[in-house]
Design a protein around this ligand. Sequence first.
Ligand code: FES
Length: 137
Amino acid sequence: MLYSEKVMDHFRNPRNLGKMEHPDGVGEVGNAKCGDIMKIYLKITDGVIEDVKFNTFGCGSAIASSSMATEMIKGKPIEEALTLTNRAVAEALDGLPPQKLHCSVLAEEAVKAAIDDYYQKQESQEKELADKPIEKV
Ligand code: FES
């Protein structure tokens, strides 16, 4: 199986690797077949992904895909990050072997799950505020 230089580079030197303290959104997805797991943390300010980190317990292609995906969404508005596809991640890596294309799907799903989590947290915060009794003095 032949990997591109970019895949090898992102696998050997993953960008944005690690955990994030107090993230605004976290997405964790797994591939049921291979058992690999990917977790993405987001820091969001004014609708823009200010910072992103990832932890991936998986194959080299999954690690390279997460690293590339984090680079592709960092500094971007949420709406733009939501349009990220696994094909775009694989293309940015100069391709993945066909049998490894599914590994990039994890990256797309993890990003979307993290944004989903962010929206859910926002909603519950808004609800909490709305439900708070207003104290009149
Ligand atoms: S083999 Fe499981 S994500 Fe690559």
